[in-house]
Ligand binder design. Sequence first.
Ligand code: ATP
Length: 234
Amino acid sequence: MSFLEVKNVISGYGKIPILHEINLHVNQGEMVGIIGSNGAGKTTLMHTISGLLPLMSGSITFQGKRIDQLPPSDIARMGLGYVPQRKNVFAELTVLENLEMGAYTLKKQKEKINEMLETFPRLKERIGQKAGTLSGGERQMLALASALIVNPKFLLLDEPITGLAPQIIQGLIDMIVEIRDKGTTVIWVVEENPKEVLKHADRVYLMDSGIIKMERTGKQFLEEENLEELFLGH
Ligand code: ATP
């Protein structure tokens, strides 16, 4: 039994399907990359798995239980943490208040917040600053910390390093790899610099126009001579 099983999933907006019969699985402890060009449907897939977007047909199973009819809050409570690409922090709240929001269901809130501040020392320095005024990299760290605070078993990361300064990217990649190495299962959505993710991903799905076009190991994709062309959907 796979940790996550997406079967024949069709979903979209209004009556228009964007995902056409998606099939994929994620094993426990894996880091799985979802790559594909702009508009391939990667974000739509993340919204569908996390329960934000209803399915038109198909099924999604997480740890053996159907989740495709559940509200996002129930899916989150089962251990799925979702870090969207945009609007992933409360801009008007401070760093501390954001972490408190992330931790509000926990008993040992202070302890967990302190743990996150140890892991992300940059956030500790900016504890009283409003999230909307953080740099892109700091905001991404805060989004990650807010998701990690509840110890999710499974983390969906939508383009966590896109658009960030090169000097901050490596640090974030190392952190995400460490999270996987400590046992959290990860889906990492990539649009830019796929090579950085392919190096670390156990398996990778290439999406194009709402379908899964290819599945390979990260290493196989790295060795693919026509990677750029494949990626751009030519
Ligand atoms: P990007 O990284 O550019 O967001 P993506 O692979 O994540 O690319 P999606 O955001 O999932 O792609 O978009 C897939 C398709 O769904 C696009 O054609 C987009 O225009 C359409 N789409 C996305 N959100 C909506 C929405 N709220 N209503 C209608 N169509 C949408």
